[in-house]
Design a binder for this molecule. Structure first.
Ligand code: LLP
Length: 437
C-alpha cells in the first residue's frame, strides 16, 4: 500500500497517520474507523489555492459531495476555498458550520422549491441553474421574496472523456444541464436573461470524474469559450464566470496515473486566456470544483479482521467489521483499493486473500486477491484512499451504524463525526398507535 500524506510506519512496526498509531486509534475510537489526515487535506487545498486562486485568475470550490462534515467546512473556509453543494442537506451543514454563504455554489438537476427558498433565505452566492423548469421556479421564488439571484447555467458540452461509465456526466445523453450542441444551451441563456429576478453571471460544466487526461479539461475550456463568444454575438452579454467543474483523477492503485494540479491549472487557465484573447473577449474568472482530489488520499479506513475462511484451492475470505455500508464503491463501480495490515506493517506479504464485509450480501466485497502478511482474526486492516465518496455514500443496510470519523494531526486525534449508536439507528422509527402494546 502506498503511504500518502503523513502516513508512516512507526517504531512499533505499525501504520501511523498524523503521528497517531492506527492500533491506538482503534482502541480509543472503536472499529471500523474513518481516519482523515488533516495536514494532507490542508496540503491538497493549498496546492489548489496556489495553482488557481493565488493569481486571482481562478477560484477553487470544494465539491462537498466527496466528503461533507461541519469540521470539513471549517477547514475549507480556513484554506480559502469556496464550496459546491448539491442539496438542502449539504447547504444546511455548511450554514450550521458558519460557512460564508457568498462562497457557496448550489448545484443539482432537481432542486426542490423548498431547497431554492432555503438557498435564497441563506443568501447563497450563486445558484447553478440546471434547466428551464428551474429557471422559472427560481425566478418566481426570487420574485416572491424580493431577491435578485446570481446564477450560472449548467451546460452539457458533449465531451466524452475516458472514465467509468457510471460517473460520466459530460456527454449529451446526460440528465444534467442545458445541452450545448442542440442549441438548448443558448436558448437557456436567453431565457435566464429575460427572467427579471435572475442575474446571469456565467456558465458551468463538469465533464466527469477520476479523469487523467488533462487535455480533456483544456478541450472543455475551449468549447465553453466558443459558446461564451456565441452568447456575446447573439445577446451582447459578457460572461464573468466560467466554472469547469471537478474531475481531476487520483491514484487509488498503481494502475492510476494522476497528473499534477499545477499542470491542470496551467492547461485550463491558459486555454481560457488564449481563447479570450483570440476572440477579443474579457477573460472570465475560472472556477474549479475538485472533490476527490482534495480528500481521497487523505482518508484511510481501519477495520478489525473477524472471521477468516479458506476454501482450499479456491479463495481465502477475510471478513472485516465494515464493508459496503462504509464503502459501497467496490460494489457499485468495481473500484479497487490498496490495503495493508496496520499492526504488521513491516511484515512481508505471505498470502493472497479477498476481503469481504459483514453484510448479508455476496456482493459485499472490499478487495479482491490482495497480497498481505499472514492474516489473523484481530488484525487491523487499513484501506487507503477512502477519503472521497466513502463516508458520504455510506449507508445503514442491515442496520449497521456508520463508523466515526476522526481528524488526526501532530499525534492528536479529534472526532469530527461520532460513531452511529444503536439508538441512532432507531431514532426515526415510530410504532403507530394501532401497533402499540
Ligand atoms: N462538480 C460537479 C458538478 C460534480 O458533479 C462533481 C462530481 C464534482 C464537482 C466533483 O468531482 P470530483 O473532483 O470529485 O471528481 N460517487 C462517485 C463520484 C461521483 C461524482 C459526481 N460528481 C465515486 O465514488 O466515484
Amino acid at each position: 500500500m502506498k503511504l500518502h500524506g503523513t502516513a508512516t510506519i512507526n517504531e512499533r512496526g505499525n501504520l501511523a497517520i498524523g503521528g497517531c498509531d492506527a492500533t491506538d486509534l482503534i482502541k480509543e475510537f472503536g472499529s471500523p474507523l474513518y481516519v482523515m489526515d488533516e495536514a494532507h487535506l490542508r496540503e491538497n487545498c493549498r496546492k489548489y489555492y496556489q495553482a488557481f486562486s493565488a493569481s486571482g485568475a481562478g477560484e477553487v470550490l470544494f465539491a462537498s459531495k466527496a466528503f461533507m462534515t461541519m469540521a470539513m467546512c471549517r477547514l475549507v473556509e480556513q484554506e480559502g476555498l469556496g464550496l459546491d453543494v448539491v442539496s438542502g442537506g449539504e447547504l444546511y451543514t455548511a450554514r450550521r458550520a458558519g460557512f460564508p454563504m457568498e462562497k457557496v455554489y448550489f448545484h443539482g438537476n432537481n432542486k426542490t422549491p423548498a431547497e431554492l427558498r432555503q438557498a435564497i433565505e441563506y443568501g447563497v452566492g450563486h445558484i447553478v441553474v440546471d434547466n428551464l423548469y428551474e429557471a422559472d421556479l427560481l425566478n418566481a421564488i426570487a420574485g416572491e421574496t424580493g431577491a435578485l439571484v446570481r446564477v450560472l447555467l449548467r451546460i452539457t458540452p458533449g465531451i466524452d472523456c475516458h472514465t467509468h461509465e457510471f460517473v460520466r456526466t459530460g456527454q449529451i445523453d446526460s440528465k444534467f444541464g442545458f445541452t450545448l450542441p442542440t442549441g438548448q444551451a443558448l436558448a437557456g441563456v436567453k431565457a435566464v436573461l429575460e427572467r427579471g429576478n435572475l442575474i446571469y453571471d456565467g456558465l458551468h460544466c463538469h465533464i466527469g470524474s477520476q479523469i487523467f487526461e488533462l487535455e480533456s479539461f483544456g478541450y472543455a475550456a475551449e468549447v465553453m469559450m466558443t459558446f461564451i463568444d456565441e452568447i456575446r454575438r447573439e445577446t451582447g452579454v459578457e460572461t464573468a464566470i466560467l466554472n469547469l467543474g471537478g474531475g481531476f483523477g487520483i491514484r487509488y492503485t498503481e494502475a492510476d496515473t494522476p497528473g499534477d494540479v499545477a499542470e491542470y491549472a496551467r492547461i485550463v487557465l491558459s486555454a481560457v486566456a488564449l481563447e479570450a484573447e483570440k476572440r477579443g473577449l474579457p477573460t472570465p474568472k475560472v472556477l474549479v470544483e475538485p472533490g476527490r482530489s482534495i480528500v481521497a488520499t487523505a482518508g484511510t479506513t481501519l477495520y478489525t479482521v473477524g472471521s477468516v475462511k479458506e476454501i482450499i484451492g479456491v479463495r481465502k475470505y477475510v471478513a472485516v467489521d465494515g464493508g459496503m455500508t462504509d464503502n459501497p464503491r467496490p460494489a457499485l463501480y468495481g473500484s479497487r483499493y490498496e490495503s495493508m495490515l496496520a499492526n504488521k506493517a513491516t511484515q512481508e506479504p505471505e498470502e493472497v486473500v479477498s476481503v469481504t464485509g459483514k453484510c448479508c450480501e455476496s456482493g459485499d466485497m472490499l478487495l479482491w486477491d490482495v497480497s498481505l502478511p499472514k492474516v489473523e482474526s484481530g488484525d487491523i486492516l487499513a484501506v487507503s484512499c477512502t477519503g472521497a465518496y466513502n463516508y458520504t455514500m455510506s449507508m445503514n443496510y442491515n442496520r449497521i451504524g456508520r463508523p466515526a470519523v476522526v481528524f488526526v494531526r501532530d499525534g492528536k486525534a479529534a472526532v469530527v463525526v461520532e460513531r452511529e449508536s444503536l439508538d441512532d439507528l432507531i431514532r426515526n422509527d415510530r410504532i403507530p398507535p394501532y401497533l402499540q402494546r
